[in-house]
Structures are given as C-alpha cells and as structure tokens.
Ligand binder design. Sequence first.
Ligand code: ATP
Length: 355
Amino acid sequence: MGIPLASPSRLASLRGRTPTVATLCSHSSLQIFHGARVEGFPTLGLSVGPPPRFYDAFPLARPDRFLSVPTVKELAALSARLREEGAVIVPHGSFVEYLGAEAFAELDVPVFGNRAVLGWESDRRKERDWLESAGVTMPKLIDDPQEIRGPVIVKYYGAKGGKGFFLAKNREGLEEFRPTGPYVIQEYVLGTRYYMHFFYSPLSDRGYRVGHGSIELLGMDRRDEANIDELYKLGAQEELLKVGIRPTFVVTGNVPVVLRESLLPRAFDVAARIVERSVELFGGMVGPFCLEGIMTEDLEFKVFEISTRIVAGTNLFISGSPYSDFIEPQLSTGRRIAQEIRRGATEGRLAEILS
Ligand code: ATP
C-alpha cells in the first residue's frame, strides 16, 4: 500500500459511482477526453465562454458534456457543482497557469495527481533544491555576474512559455539586460534538447520499479520555439540586433524525437531519482511528468525544467509512440491517466493517486 494523498472526505463525491473525467478545454484536452472515452469514462469539458466549436470537428475526442463559465476566475467557484458531477479533474499546463497555482491548489474537488507538487514546481529555487538533492545535474546557476565565464540565459520565474528570456554571449553582453520581474541567470547549455514524457504509477507492481510503484516512458518530443529555432537562417545574433530582432523561445509546436538507445539507462536513472526524492519530500509526484533537458556533446543530460503534469508534446502520440508501443498498443498519456483512475477505483486505492 502506498502513501494516501487524499482524505476520505475529499473522495466522498466519488463513492459508489464511476468518476467523470473533467478538464479545461485547452492544451491537451482532446487527448485527455479521447483517452477517458476509450477507457469507458464519462467526460466533462470545462470551457471559458461558449464551448469551443473545434470540438465538433473531432467526434472521438469531444467531451460528453460541457460546463461553461464566463471568465476563468469563476472556475474556482465550481467545486460544489463538480463534486455533484462526480468529477475528477485532470490538470494540464494551461489549467494551472490560467487559474493560478493558489486557486488551483484550493479547488475542493478530487484532482488527479498530487497537488502538493505545485509548490515545488512553480518556484524555480525550490525546484532546483528538489532536483539537485536528487543528484540531477542542472545548468549552473549564476548568483554574481562577475562569475560569468561563457554564454548565459536569463529566465523569469513561472511558466512564461520562454517569453522575454535574454541571452548574453558574455558578461559584457549582460549589461544591456533590463529586468521586468524576478529572474535567474543560468549557464547557456550547448547541446540537443529533449523533452521526455514519463509516467509514475504508485499502483503498478511491474515494469521499471521505483518508490512504491514504477515509471514508464511514454514518448519524447522537441519543441519548436519561435524565433530562436530559425535564427541560424538569418545569421548571428549581433546582425539581428542591428535590425531590432531579439531571440525568444515562444513554443509554436512540437516534433517527435527518439534518444540514442544507449542513453536510455541514463534517462530512466534521472527520472527514477527525481521520483524517489519527490516521495521523500512531499509524498510523490503521481502520474505524467516531463523532464526537459539538454544532452551535451559529452553525453551529459542537464535538466533545465520539470513539468509535473501532462505536457502538450504528448499530443503527438495519440495512437502510441516509439516507446509506449513497447508497453501497450495505442497508449497515449491521456489514456494512461484514465487507466490509472480505473485501477485506483477498482482496487479501492483512489486516495493514492488523487488529491
Ligand atoms: P515553459 O513554460 O514553456 O516550460 P519556461 O518559461 O518555464 O517555459 P524553460 O522551459 O525553462 O522556460 O525554458 C524555455 C526554453 O529556453 C527551453 O525550451 C530551452 O530552449 C531554453 N533554455 C532554458 N534553459 C536553458 C539553458 N540553461 N541553456 C540553454 N537553453 C535553455
């Protein structure tokens, strides 16, 4: 038996009924609804304003019903209604970002995964404490600009989609930086970016065992980031600055990638250590998470960020990925979430996967 995350009162609305899988109509919601439907769950789409019309174009991913509110803030007041519906909320990046981490943490509705993880993920310093104390290598943090010995990246706090980040080739280059909010300075790591989609199940008793359960690798992508990804076509940064173009990292899409097979042991080792440490620190990071890092030419994987819920890059793999195909055919992350809820309900262990 694993660690209970939810009290019996938090789960009272689910007693004796099939849960309804609910999420905000955005980000990876098509995948979440599709996966829930395949696993036989009723689905509920939460929309801000009228239900988005594009769902009509995707009948296999359209939620059974919609619940609409005029503004995003009103979602926070829907708890009682969602409990009546027997809803389990599946969080995704946009859900937490739009509602705000605090309002999300206070929703009085069962949520898939451990909401205690939010406090560790949303603060870059706490995130670093967690990952480094798990023995993970991260890009070096620079507290004093005098320590700068090479290119650096300046990043603002919170998930800003890479907006407003500043790159400097050296210490002199940083003098032009004018901060507009709390930020950190990191070494700029040269290498290849990988965004690895893992899933930690505390209920599973087979596979790659970690903590009380096991981890699975469900897919991998690389993000297309405007306009940095195309900069090489136009030449060096200095030339662009002359015409007033600054590089940004705004995500515009995703492409599938696979890792050299000989590097997979390292990827699993890093993921396992992060999960083990999360169990010690806050009872465990349950469900999907994404390790976002850079493989250097020395084959060192430096993790610059962890996303502790389903990421949009998983949308590439609705009918499986080169990794999930070795676990089960047609296994998307959305479907894997639904399977975990079903197992938790069947075995009377929902308290270990909902909070
Ligand atoms: P998101 O919300 O989309 O995850 P974010 O605002 O949290 O973005 P990060 O994910 O930390 O920001 O970084 C955005 C992008 O900046 C990365 O995808 C990567 O391309 C680049 N990046 C971040 N840190 C580094 C680093 N130390 N070295 C090189 N590139 C980096």
